[in-house]
Ligand binder design. Structure first.
Ligand SMILES: Nc1ncnc2c1ncn2[C@@H]1O[C@H](COP(=O)(O)OP(=O)(O)OP(=O)(O)O)[C@@H](O)[C@H]1O
Length: 297
């Protein structure tokens, strides 16, 4: 058995216990139906019979699903279901013990995190991870840098290409700050931004890598209802630019309001997959959230 490789201590900093808005699916949504204007049938990412064990813990147990290009896809499930582990396997933090993960038809298992980012998958984290002493603009420019072609030599000697790329990186980063609604904080040190602004900044930084797929890990955690509504609109605008979005989120109203399709995990296994309406009415899902056996639901 291959043990999953683990790259950073922060990845192992298991969930800072926090209250989650983990209500059972209610059937109510505060948002209008999701129009999915750019959703096609082309498969973008395939999780193919993935099992991932941490010693004796089976965090993912033979999980399979695929994301289609242009959709907003939700990955949900109770605490400890395996959602973050699944994200980590997709973004090169953990290597599956068994199974395959393909992005645009190509295996990404065993690739380094930066290779996967360059390949077009970007992510945000459950806990805000910014460079606290850098300005908001600089934080985004770090993301944009991932795509610069400038060599160390041309950066050291300030060759024309370096300046061109520095300038275009700055302009693009400002544009992204505008897109997420915090351009007015561009010059402020990121630790001075409000919590909501920091979460938007993380999204801008992830978008700066020009992703094809953006993975958002509990982006609404700690948000009030108005902030959640703004986030829902932002996720749709991101999707409307052609970026496919994968969302882990405990807030059922947000998930049901914004996603096209959902996969539900429980104890590492996929227990349901379908549209928000299908998933909401699925007895196994209701049981998982209410904590009762399926046959009693
Ligand atoms: N690095 C690790 N070492 C050992 N066990 C781990 C590790 N990461 C996750 N696990 C275990 O794997 C299982 C799935 O955890 P995971 O964090 O993926 O769940 P989750 O669905 O994201 O939960 P939450 O909603 O609480 O964030 C849990 O039992 C967890 O304790």
């Amino acid at each position: 058995m291959t043990e999953p490789h683990q790259e950073t201590p922060e990845e192992l900093d298991r969930q800072n216990a926090r209250p989650v808005d983990q209500a059972a699916p209610t059937g109510q949504s505060h948002a209008e139906p999701n129009p999915s204007p750019v959703r096609g049938e082309e498969v973008l990412l395939e999780v193919d019979h993935v099992t991932l064990r941490f010693g004796g813990v089976v965090a993912l147990n033979d999980v399979s699903f695929s994301l289609r290009k242009g959709e907003i896809f939700g990955l949900i499930g109770p605490n400890g279901a395996g959602k973050t582990t699944c994200f980590n396997a997709m973004t090169g933090v953990y290597r599956p013990t068994e199974g395959a993960i393909r992005f645009q038809g190509e295996s990404i298992v065993g690739k380094k995190k930066h290779e996967i980012t360059r390949g077009g998958i970007a992510r945000t984290f459950q806990n805000v991870r910014l460079f606290p002493e850098m300005t908001a603009l600089e934080n985004v420019m770090v993301g944009a840098d991932a795509h610069h072609k400038t060599s160390v030599i041309s950066a050291l000697f300030r060759l024309p290409r370096f300046w061109r790329e520095e300038k275009s990186g700055r302009e693009r980063s400002l544009e992204l700050l505008r897109f997420v609604g915090i351009a007015h904080r561009a010059g402020d040190v990121s630790r001075n931004l409000s919590y909501g602004e920091q979460r938007r900044l993380e999204i801008a930084r992830a978008l700066a890598t020009n992703p094809t797929l953006l993975c958002l890990d509990e982006p609404a955690a700690g948000f009030n209802p108005a902030e959640k509504e703004e986030l829902l609109q932002l996720i749709r605008r991101i999707r409307d630019t052609g970026v496919t979005v994968l969302l882990i989120e405990h807030d059922m109203r947000l998930v049901m309001g914004v996603t096209d399709r959902i996969v539900v995990l429980e104890f590492g296994k996929k227990i349901a997959e379908g549209t928000p309406a299908e998933v909401r009415d699925n007895p196994a899902v209701i049981a998982a959230y209410l904590g009762v056996p399926t046959d009693a639901a």
